[in-house]
Design a protein around this ligand. Structure first.
Ligand code: ATP
Ligand code: MG
Length: 617
């Protein structure tokens, strides 16, 4: 006997089985365990689902339905070959095909099934999901859970979480964003406060932004195509797929090319991770804000969080872990297979609570205590060898946001012109698992560094002169001869093509005099048409550098002053400069480009300069 967990995603659907205290992902597809959430109606009025539907849909786009989870409850029918279909009916088709496949693979029906749905769905949509399940008429008892609950349950199998510990789940999938705060109980998890989410934020919005980048790069070539020409339609569908692949590749690589094979043009378009991140960053700020709201509603502070779980395929983008880590200062747990967590958790819930009514599933779920702790993750086998073990990473010196609310894909801007280069991103899953212990150790160090940095800023500003490098774990240390990290003009800063480093900052008689070294890669600094410097007041950490330019929306922008004078001594009593500096303890410098967007550094952050303590006389 086995139980079945199903995660019906906007873009991908996954299933996992549970038996004898072990949960295992079911390989539904030939290329990956998850299959595309795609349904196609053939001419003979039979349905195709998953990979086959996806493939055929390239050449029969009028017969295929994708991303219909976003259309749940929409009264406008989806036309497949002229036949109206509801999102619920299409979901039922997909569900039925998944169940059939698992039944035939396992040689019999499951005793129980647990189906997940977004936490921010109201009762109406959740009820439509139940209708879909009724239409699919699967065998066994069916219960329901929310996606973040299932993810938390799956995480608890891999990582020891003490009862009472609070975790936040940040689930960025293909179509929706969910944020939830849960507390571990003796037997499962309970929600704290209200889950939050953005219904229309996910990977497909990032795909659309990449496609739009390509469209712009091609001039009017896409618009010239004949929409009734099957060859053109198929070529555009392939181009869209290439855009998705390029986006995903940029989670591991720093730049990529998108092949364009259209009837009227054959070329390729280059895309860098920096460009992609510039497109997605504003809407990711919106997701971070949603998680903050979920925390507020739970009545807890970031410091109270055990960790933040990153779930969903789109959370593989390195910028996601960077933003979440820098914003909340808590360890971030990224599963080696963020897509699998929900299905595995649902399988655990189906297995452990098969006799329970849906609403009590979480409270009564039999979540076996995992014998794994953060410190000994490498030595102890996971509960089930089939479970990918989560790795815990912390990122300390990365851009984050403290303000700004964006509400979805509409806010995704075009990529700005930007230089190349960024560090290697996610490691392949296999390697990730092997180095798990090292990463966990790093997380412990980084987490303590973050805590200390906050301590220094809040209570010891005068003495510390700003935050201490993250690995310094001794808050009681006397002033060190080594300047704080933000004041150092490091080789890393100087490895950028353009950089600036302050060496002195004095305010005397209302006049501020700065000395700094700068490198402009041979060009002359120019505030109107070229590269130049931005100065701003800071404690070395706040406000963060990434808001100090026009590359962020106005509502999020900090106050900065720009200059292009040479030699590199600025002496001014300009009131604009005074207001940009305010009463800050330090002044910081960064390189900007014409139009005042900050230039990213080689690490895709904006560390092209340092900060310097201001001497006031
Ligand atoms: N390495 C990667 N880098 C960036 N994005 C990725 C990567 N791998 C997968 N994705 C994206 O993740 C999305 C799929 O994630 P997932 O399967 O978790 O979503 P879903 O369950 O279909 O959607 P939802 O949970 O929103 O309903 C797709 O948009 C896919 O392009
Ligand atoms: Mg999902």
């Amino acid at each position: 006997m086995y139980a079945l967990g199903i995660d019906l995603g906007t873009t991908f659907t996954a299933a996992a089985t549970w038996r004898d205290g072990r949960a295992e992902i079911v390989p539904l597809g030939s290329r990956s365990a998850a299959i595309p959430s795609v349904v196609l109606l053939r001419e003979d009025e039979t349905f195709l689902t998953g990979e086959a539907a996806n493939r055929r849909g390239l050449t029969e786009p009028h017969r295929v339905a994708r991303e219909f989870k976003r259309r749940m409850g929409d009264t406008t029918p989806i036309l497949l070959g002229g036949v109206p279909q509801s999102a619920e009916a299409l979901t039922a088709q997909l569900l039925r095909s998944v169940v059939d496949q698992v039944v035939s693979r396992e040689g019999g029906p499951p005793s129980a099934i647990c189906v997940s749905h977004p936490a921010n769905w109201g009762p109406y949509k959740a009820d439509l999901m139940r209708q879909s399940v009724r239409m699919a008429d699967p065998p066994g008892t069916v219960t329901y859970t929310t996606e973040p609950e299932a993810a938390a349950v799956s995480y608890a199998q891999q990582q020891r979480i003490e009862p009472g510990a609070i975790v936040a789940v940040y689930d960025l999938g293909g179509g929706t964003f969910d944020a939830a705060v849960l507390r571990k109980t003796g037997t499962g998890f309970e929600f704290l406060g209200q889950p939050e989410g953005i219904e229309r934020l996910g990977g497909i919005d990032f795909d659309a932004a990449v496609f739009s980048h390509v469209r712009n790069a091609l001039g009017g070539k896409l618009a010239e195509l004949d929409e009734d020409d099957p060859a053109a339609v198929a070529a555009v569908a392939r181009l869209r797929e290439e855009c998705v692949q390029a986006k995903e590749a940029l989670s591991a690589d720093t730049d990529t090319t998108i092949p364009v094979l259209l009837p009227n043009i054959v070329t390729e378009v280059r895309l860098t991770r920096t460009e992609l991140e510039a497109m997605v960053r504003p809407v990711l700020y919106g997701s971070v804000e949603a998680l903050k709201r979920a925390l507020r509603s739970a009545g807890c502070t970031p410091e109270e969080l055990h960790s933040v779980l990153l779930v969903g395929g789109s959370s593989r983008m390195p910028i996601v872990a960077q933003l979440v880590s820098s914003e909340f200062g808590r360890p971030v747990a990224v599963d080696a297979h963020p897509k699998h967590a929900v299905a595995l958790g649902a399988a655990w819930l189906a297995g452990g609570a098969s006799d329970e009514p849906a609403d009590t599933v979480l409270a009564t779920a039999a979540v076996a205590p995992a014998p794994v702790s953060a410190a000994d993750v490498e030595e102890v086998a996971p509960v089930s060898p089939a479970l990918p073990r989560a790795t815990v990473t912390g990122v300390a010196s990365v851009p984050g946001s403290s303000s700004g609310e964006t509400t979805g894909p509409i806010g995704i801007p075009e990529a700005p012109a930007s230089p190349d280069g960024a560090p290697a991103g996610v490691r392949p899953a296999r390697r990730r698992m092997l180095v798990g212990a090292g990463l966990v150790l790093a997380a412990v160090l980084v987490a303590s560094g973050v805590a200390y940095a906050q301590y220094g800023r809040d209570s010891d500003d005068e003495a510390a002169g700003g935050p201490t490098p993250a690995v310094n774990t001794s808050p009681a240390a006397t002033p060190s001869p080594v300047p704080p990290a933000d004041e150092q003009c490091t080789d890393e800063i100087k490895s950028n093509r353009r950089w600036a480093c302050l060496t002195s900052a004095v305010i005397s008689g209302g006049k501020l005099t700065l000395k700094y070294d700068a490198e402009y890669a041979g060009s002359k600094p120019d505030v109107n048409k070229g590269y130049h410097v931005h100065f701003y007041g800071s404690d070395g950490r706040n406000p963060p550098d990434h808001v100090m330019g026009s590359h962020v929306p106005k509502s999020q922008r900090g106050t900065y002053y720009y200059d292009d004078r040479e030699p590199s001594v600025l002496s001014t009593d300009d009131h604009r400069f005074t207001s940009a500096i305010g009463n800050a303890k330090k002044v910081c410098v960064r390189i900007a480009i014409a139009g005042h967007g900050l230039v990213p550094d080689n690490n895709s952050t904006y560390r092209t300069g340092n900060c310097w303590p201001i001497t006031r006389r």
